[in-house]
Ligand binder design. Structure first.
Ligand SMILES: NC(=O)c1ccc[n+]([C@@H]2O[C@H](COP(=O)([O-])OP(=O)(O)OC[C@H]3O[C@@H](n4cnc5c(N)ncnc54)[C@H](OP(=O)(O)O)[C@@H]3O)[C@@H](O)[C@H]2O)c1
Length: 337
């Protein structure tokens, strides 16, 4: 995507996805005007500034702020063309225990971003979502579903402003902060891998896969789409076997708010879902553009009524061997079994 002379802001820019996006954008778009990292914790920003030194990356700026603070968000968005909204509370048990904190960050924060974007000159906004937002059973997923709805509906209140809001939804990101692979790599040293439920499956995407889907949405969204990449699933027992074949696998029981299989597209979503080859897109029920134009432009094929995209019924699976290669490639280059 050509980002020459554009200014981009990433909320949650110090997180797993934010850093991967920063690396990608600075590597491929050194002619951008500004790339602003927006987040709360000065220590994370300080550490990130060491990884991306100012003499090498003069376009990179750091801005302390909380997405709950609309005035601060608005200040940060002055002069910004594109926004990638990745800031979130994302830990299921923490959200269950502190529900209003998760509501404030994930829902009120989303609303603040939308309002601030509409009042400044932002042209495009891509918000990050999760498979846990489809038919949610935990508060994290429910807040992300509410956030998705806010971003999709924001396209209805833009008036003559050509701004476009879209959403990217995907599953577990390999090696991201707090995810199962780094957890098992740590537990391997103790000889026991805790398994909450042996039949569990999850969608699997690399950080680079996530970055690619976000960049695609930023470039191609018409407004209101929820982009869903086609990605493989893994069985939790295969991840355990890939990392610690010698370890005891201790079944500890399912955690509150955990599903056995995740869904990215529910059967109810199927009536609005189109297959675009490398990915699906769930279209909004109302849109300013013509559906026939969209279908023709992207060669979009409507999925069958009742279609579901579920990690337990996926057609593509990561095997134990395949997972070992992926862990070496994307998480820990020194990984050996
Ligand atoms: N990782 C996954 O497996 C996965 C899967 C699907 C979707 N997602 C979605 O992808 C997005 C990014 O996830 P990630 O894995 O990169 O998360 P992460 O590593 O936990 O990073 C979260 C980022 O958000 C910032 N943040 C949190 N609360 C904030 C607030 N109130 N105001 C401003 N910044 C705030 C954090 O910095 P400070 O704490 O310093 O503010 C950090 O930079 C999230 O929206 C998540 O829901 C992630």
């Amino acid at each position: 995507m050509d980002l020459k002379d554009k200014s981009i802001l990433i909320t949650g820019g110090t997180g797993s996805l934010g850093k991967a996006l920063t690396k990608h954008i600075l590597n491929y778009n050194s002619d951008i005007k500004r790339l602003v990292i927006f987040s709360r914790d000065e220590q994370k920003q300080f550490a990130m500034a060491q990884d991306f030194p100012a003499d090498k990356f003069p376009q990179l700026r750091f801005f302390i702020g909380d997405v709950r603070d609309e005035a601060r968000v608005k200040r940060a968005l002055k002069g910004i063309d594109y926004v990638i909204h990745a800031a979130a509370m994302k830990h299921v048990p923490i959200a269950e225990y502190n529900p209003m904190e998760c509501v404030k960050t994930n829902i009120m924060g989303a609303e603040n971003i939308i309002n601030a974007c509409l009042e400044t000159d932002v042209e495009r906004v891509v918000a990050l979502s999760t498979d846990k937002a489809a038919a949610p059973i935990n508060l994290y997923g429910a807040t992300k579903l509410a956030s998705d709805k806010l971003f999709v509906a924001a396209n209805n209140i833009t008036g003559w402003n050509p701004i476009k809001f879209s959403v990217v939804r995907y599953g577990n990101v390999m090696g991201s902060n707090g995810s199962v692979i780094p957890f098992f790599l740590k537990k391997k040293k103790e000889g026991v891998l805790p398994i909450t439920e042996p039949t569990m499956t999850r969608f699997n995407i690399s950080l680079q896969g996530g970055v690619d889907m976000v960049m695609h949405a930023l470039e191609h969204a018409w407004g209101g789409e929820i982009f869903v990449p086609k990605i493989p699933s893994y069985k939790i027992m295969d991840i355990a076997e890939a990392i610690g074949p010698e370890c005891e696998k201790a079944v500890v029981g399912i955690r509150p708010g955990e599903k056995i299989h995740e869904e990215m597209i529910t059967d109810s979503d199927s009536y609005y879902t189109y297959d675009l080859g490398k990915y699906y897109t769930i279209l909004p029920s109302t849109h300013k553009w013509k559906l026939e134009d969209f279908i023709e432009k992207f060669n979009a094929k409507k999925v069958k009524p009742g279609f579901q995209y579920n990690s337990g019924q996926n057609e593509e699976w990561d095997s134990v061997e395949n997972l070992r290669d992926l862990i070496k490639e994307h998480v820990d280059p020194t990984f050996e079994v």
